[in-house]
Design a binder for this molecule. Sequence first.
Ligand SMILES: [Zn+2]
Length: 278
Amino acid sequence: MSAPSRIEIPMFPQGKRIAVTTSWDDGTVHDRRVVAGLNELGIKGTFNLNSGNLGKTNWYGYVSASEIASLYAGHEVAIHTVTHPWLDRLDPAQIASEVLDDRKALEELVGYPVRGMAYPYGTYNQQAIDVLRALGIVYSRTVANQENPWPVREPLAWPATAHMFNTHPLPVGERFKAWHDNLRASGLYYIWGHAYEFEQCKDWPALQRIFQPLAGHADVWYCTNIELFDYEDARKRIVIAANRKTVFNPSALPVTLNIDGQLRDIPAGQTVPLTADH
Ligand SMILES: [Zn+2]
């Protein structure tokens, strides 16, 4: 049996050319409406929560601890610190407690390791990055915009594509459509915002207007923030034999290969023989 002539490791599962993810800060009660909207559209979100605010009724009001697990099921819960400080104004010990105490509180509620984060106010400095890295935080989202922010060189200063109400060069929905229509485009479309902004602007129809164009595409992977990092880790660990006749996937996730133009999932933890007609 001859070996395949080329084995590629596509960026996303099932060889999807684009990933769409979203990120929502502060955990106000309006998250309920956003989650319902995203669920209808099949889009996933990462919800960055301040454990110190859960259940509070001041300002817009916040989601309560008891609803976290069920409300955000299928999405990701991530760190936004306990009390929403400017991290660039704190010493390392306070940064560490803000992050680690939030993480532990959220983990008690969701029942899985919480590894991602978004910076309160988007502010950070090198010291904050160093503390987060020491604590094992996988990524932290900023409020910077960057076309196609994947893969990311510094995951602890991760820009998104755009804020949900961004209109440059186009509103988010139209911008996605233009990008997706280009069959050569590939990468990440990453939108962030606050659920309460729909309320603040008295514009709940914006939820559909902005996100409907992103939804329902067969060539798009709809994922949470952390799923991008987990898949990238798994992908990087793929071992292809020099003779291209076997491949080993040492990770805990299936990884999709493109073998002479045909997609094939390599199951987690397995060594699989490959032939030219595989
Ligand atoms: Zn915030």
